[in-house]
Design a protein around this ligand. Structure first.
Ligand SMILES: [Zn+2]
Length: 291
């Protein structure tokens, strides 16, 4: 695809994007998008504040959050981190006042485009159990679950904190709760990052020491918009524990700014892969998208 200027990419959802990272092939699988109303999503922000980031707003004045999943392929194995919203659409007047339209439906086509069938996914890892992350995971077909071979990884805290109610009972024998630092797929470890939900998890993918980087971190909903890289203290309406979320976000950015670190932020419009670096003053951070 022809590259678009970054400004255009800030106000549209990401298409399918693939990159290699060490021994892995990583693919952002688009499912859809959700519009975020800045003054609702970030309580305390005013309409005047939004004048400061016109490049991030769509025609409706909303931030555009991509929805999808990250396909992680290693040798003949395939992991999917989060599974989008699923084949449905909610008009703006049927979502929450902090949101506009919420649309899913593309993920299976994206998976096909990436050359994989649902049955080839051996592990699904959730950052958390909100609707826009588990959408396709629990859907079935006449012959059983869509992802017929997959086990389901999530943090032990998320599982104990309501996971049993969110995941259909018939699939509970496939659930593999994991703790901080536990390897859930070759070279991929879970990292607890509480705040958005009590058991929210990020995932760290180990690099091979080559030019791609030493590690890639999958943020989950520690971050929803690239604006938060410079403004980690903005409260987020849907963070279950807003103080904990700010602490997690701040620590995450400091850690992610370490050399050799690549970040995948699945909600970041069309700049889902990037790097965090310290800003010129050294007291904040900047998001540098990767192509
Ligand atoms: Zn989300």
């Amino acid at each position: 695809m022809s590259p678009a200027p970054t400004a255009q990419r800030l106000s549209r959802p990401s298409p399918l994007r693939t990159r290699t990272f060490g021994q892995y092939r990583l693919t952002h699988l688009p499912d859809g998008l959700v519009q975020l109303r800045p003054t609702g999503w970030f309580p305390g922000l005013t309409a005047a504040d939004t004048d400061g980031f016109p490049d991030h707003l769509d025609a409706d004045g909303c931030l555009v959050a991509a929805i999808g999943g990250l396909l992680v392929e290693y040798e003949d194995r395939a992991l999917l981190i989060d599974t989008g919203y699923g084949p449905r659409r909610l008009a703006a007047d049927r979502t929450h006042p902090s949101m506009g339209e919420l649309v899913g439906g593309g993920l299976l086509g994206s998976l096909t485009e990436a050359g994989r069938a649902p049955a080839e996914i051996d592990t699904i890892a959730f950052t958390h159990l909100h609707d826009d992350h588990v959408g396709w995971a629990f859907l079935g077909t006449d012959r059983g679950p869509l992802f017929s071979s997959a086990s389901f990884v999530l943090s032990t805290a998320e599982w104990r904190g309501g996971g049993a109610g969110s995941i259909p009972a018939v699939l509970h024998d496939r659930v593999r709760p994991a703790v901080d630092g536990e390897e859930v797929f070759p070279g991929v470890t879970l990292r607890e990052s509480p705040g958005h939900t009590g058991g929210h998890a990020s995932y760290v993918i180990a690099g091979d020491g080559g030019p791609d980087g030493d590690r890639l971190i999958v943020t989950g909903d520690v971050l929803h918009s690239p604006l938060q890289v410079a403004h980690p203290h903005w409260p987020v309406f849907f963070d279950a524990d807003r103080a904990a979320a700010v602490r997690t976000r701040t620590a995450f950015l400091q850690d992610a700014a370490a050399p050799g670190t690549v970040v995948y932020a699945g909600h970041f419009a069309d700049v889902v892969f990037g790097r965090v670096r310290a800003d010129r003053d050294g007291d904040g951070h900047v998001w540098d998208p990767l192509s």
